[in-house]
Design a protein around this ligand. Structure first.
Ligand code: 4NP
Length: 149
């Protein structure tokens, strides 16, 4: 079983979408996928209604998800930890204990444009078009990830 964790700041906008999109592209008997946030602001909450809506528009239900905070134990539980942006990446690395932990942490958009270190923009304070944009970026990245799993 390959285990993949998607991480953003609040675990209500970007990483729940990444979780839902990747789940739609893989055999869930072979791959475990979860998501988490580096901050605890929204722990226990449903994804943002705008993420729920854009997922639904593309045929994906993310309403069973609840936000949780990333913990150091996640380094033991997951093989690949995809950060949505550079801040998330840095915050996860700060919690790493050794080289093995560090090797697991990747920037998700490097799957589409290797070594460019691009970030998925935080759509929280913007409009609905920001969520569609995030969906499209994550859809491409997750297609790459799924093709390699
Ligand atoms: P996310 O978006 O990291 O993609 O879930 C955010 C959600 C909430 C906040 C910031 C970003 N916030 O400041 O509450």
């Amino acid at each position: 079983m390959v285990k993949v964790l998607m991480v953003c700041l609040g675990n209500i906008c970007r990483s729940p979408l990444a979780e839902g999109i990747l789940k739609s592209k893989v055999n869930l008997n072979e791959v475990t996928i979860d998501s988490a946030g580096t901050a605890a602001y929204h722990v226990g909450n449903l994804p943002d209604p705008r993420s729920i809506a854009v997922a639904k528009k593309h045929g994906i239900d993310i309403t069973t998800q609840r936000a949780r905070k990333f913990t150091v134990k996640d380094f033991d539980s997951f093989d690949f930890i995809y950060a949505m942006d550079q801040n998330n990446f840095d915050d996860i690395l700060k919690l790493s204990r050794n080289k093995e932990d560090k090797k697991k942490v990747l920037l998700i958009l490097n799957e589409v444009r290797p070594f460019q270190n691009n970030s998925v923009p935080d759509p929280y304070y913007g409009g609905d078009d920001g969520f569609e944009n995030v969906y499209q970026m994550l859809n491409k990245a997750c297609a790459e990830i799924a093709s390699k799993l």
